[in-house]
Ligand binder design. Structure first.
Ligand SMILES: NC(=O)c1ccc[n+]([C@@H]2O[C@H](COP(=O)([O-])OP(=O)(O)OC[C@H]3O[C@@H](n4cnc5c(N)ncnc54)[C@H](O)[C@@H]3O)[C@@H](O)[C@H]2O)c1
Ligand SMILES: O=C(O)C1=N[C@H](C(=O)O)CCC1
Length: 251
């Protein structure tokens, strides 16, 4: 058998981190060499000889973790949300000085969620109206979800490419927040409800018809096939990769 990939998990005490630790321990081709949480010194990861670090921490910490480990030559798989064009550009620039190091950032590793996003982007050009609803557990700190932001951005790009105008909306009077967040012209609504894990609906409307694309993660194990796929591939993808769709022939 070839050498196992040496993996570190950042945010190991969190909901996702604990699930990733178990998934790595159960994968015969992977070896868990470090599991760290808040306030840990990242030198633990480097000293353990990690080849790939998986980051499921918090939006305020993830970019710092990435830059520190890129400097140490460690590949990263990042599921933490909160990334924007500027922070991704800083990582892309940093990687230009570290040839051979790969970083994959994905807002959602559930295969069904990635497919739902791809289907929505494909359908978007054919519909006059579109809105996104994301529904999550109430312990989530960011809104809208990274997945909903990624979905809305892809829909907006598809609408622009098809020269569609703005989504119709006659609202002139509204309570603050009643129409959700505006992500590049696409309205995104965030629900936080005890009992939920991670869910998304994309509503597409034309006169007389509606297409609804819905994905549900009922358990965090749903993210693990995507995380493990990324861990196995990130070392052979130098530079920055954004979105699991890039590994699934869906981009
Ligand atoms: N990409 C995906 O598929 C996916 C799936 C689920 C969650 N997420 C995202 O992953 C992130 C984590 O979600 P969660 O539900 O596990 O959150 P969580 O709050 O349960 O876990 C976060 C953990 O990170 C730790 N932490 C904070 N700062 C740290 C640091 N500097 N170094 C190491 N650890 C640190 C915290 O102590 C905590 O244990 C969120 O941004 C969430 O949106 C992404
Ligand atoms: O539980 C969370 O938090 C999740 N966050 C991601 C997002 O913001 O899109 C993915 C789904 C779960």
């Amino acid at each position: 058998m070839s050498e196992r990939i040496r993996v570190a998990v950042l945010g190991a005490a969190g909901r996702m981190g604990q699930t990733v630790v178990r998934a790595v321990q159960e994968a015969p081709d992977l070896e868990l060499v470090a599991a760290v949480d808040a306030d840990a010194d990242l030198s633990v990861v480097v000293d353990a000889g990690a080849q790939v670090a998986v980051d499921f921490t918090v939006p305020s910490a993830t970019e710092g973790n990435v830059h520190a480990l890129v400097d140490a030559g460690v590949h990263l798989v990042v599921g933490t949300t909160g990334w924007d064009d500027e922070s991704l550009a800083r990582v892309r620039d940093h990687l230009a000085d570290r040839p051979g190091v790969g970083v994959l950032v994905a807002p959602n590793f559930a295969l069904g969620a990635v497919l739902a996003m791809a289907f929505a982007a494909r359908a978007a050009r054919w519909f006059e109206s579109v809105e996104v609803i994301e529904l999550h557990h109430p312990d989530k700190v960011d809104a809208p979800s990274g997945t909903a932001h990624h979905t809305a951005t892809a829909i907006a790009a598809a609408r622009a490419a098809a020269a569609l105008g703005p989504v119709p909306d006659a609202t002139t009077q509204a309570l603050d927040g009643a129409r959700g967040a505006d992500v590049e012209g696409v309205r995104v609504h965030s629900v936080r409800l005890r009992g939920l894990v991670a869910h998304e609906e994309i509503l597409l409307g034309n006169a007389g018809e509606q297409l609804t694309i819905r994905h549900d993660s009922f358990d965090r194990v749903s993210f693990m096939p995507g995380v493990l796929l990324a861990v196995r591939q990130v070392g052979s993808r130098p530079g920055l990769t954004v979105g699991l769709e890039q590994l699934l022939d869906l981009a």
